[in-house]
Design a protein around this ligand. Structure first.
Ligand code: DC
Length: 224
């Protein structure tokens, strides 16, 4: 079974996807980690974020291995463990040139589709999972929440990781990424292929319960 969960930063999709995968007993894939790893490499190697061709070459030459567990995501980039480094605000603030580049998207989409083929079953989360990477997924979700609520959640997470940030910067970063992100799932919304859930007033436990119930409802409907 392939379940896709798309949505913006702070919508609750990462935690929900991870918990849902554990409940279903199938692997979980965090595709944002790939965009983050390429961003980190560009920043560390001094490749200009204003040079799309150099960024594409960098993406093609980068080996990214993901190990997504029920409580962790281990990311190896060219043999180096970058699991923590990719979560910094510095990386979050510079992902746009990577995520906006169609040729980098092509490279990463291919990697993600390959992982899907290899695993057969998975819960995958990102921005374009239901629309581009797994158009034939069994169940598709779109999670969203008010941007102020999403910023609040990210702020708490970043603080918990020990990084000193202010709420206004987190909110500005979320708003800056929203415009590009929304383009990725616009088609899903229009075609009503995904179940749309507003998580603003929901706890993670409620979100996961909702996802599970919806999967059961859709699967039962199909087996009739
Ligand atoms: O979900 P995240 O915050 O880890 O995502 C990091 C960046 O990658 C963010 O700018 C959105 C982008 N992204 C994307 O464009 N497509 C995906 N499938 C996953 C993430």
């Amino acid at each position: 079974m392939i379940v896709t969960i798309d949505g913006p930063a702070g919508s609750g999709k990462s935690t929900a996807a991870r918990k849902l995968a554990a409940l279903l007993g199938i692997p979980y894939l965090d595709t944002g980690a790939m965009y983050r790893a390429i961003t980190l490499k560009a920043l560390d190697t001094g490749v200009s974020l204003d040079d799309p061709d150099a960024l594409v070459a960098l993406a093609k030459a980068t080996d990214i291995q993901l190990d997504c567990g029920p409580t962790y995501v281990r990311v190896m980039m060219d043999g180096r463990d970058v699991s923590e480094a990719i979560r910094s605000m510095r990386v979050s603030q510079h992902t746009n040139p990577i995520a906006r580049n169609p040729r980098i998207r092509e490279v990463l989409v291919r990697k993600q589709a390959e992982i899907g083929r290899r695993l057969g079953s998975l819960v995958t989360e990102g921005r374009d999972q239901g629309s581009v990477v797994f158009p034939n997924a069994d169940v598709k979700f779109l999670l969203d929440a008010a941007d102020t609520k999403r910023a609040e959640r990210r702020y708490v997470e970043i603080q918990a990781d020990g990084e000193d940030v202010n709420y206004e910067d987190v909110l500005a970063n979320i708003r800056a990424r929203d415009a590009n992100d929304q383009k990725q799932w616009a088609g899903l919304l229009e075609s009503k292929q995904a179940v749309h859930i507003d998580t603003t007033h929901m706890t993670i436990a409620q979100v996961v319960e909702h996802l599970q119930a919806e999967i059961e409802r859709q699967m039962a409907g199909r087996s009739r």
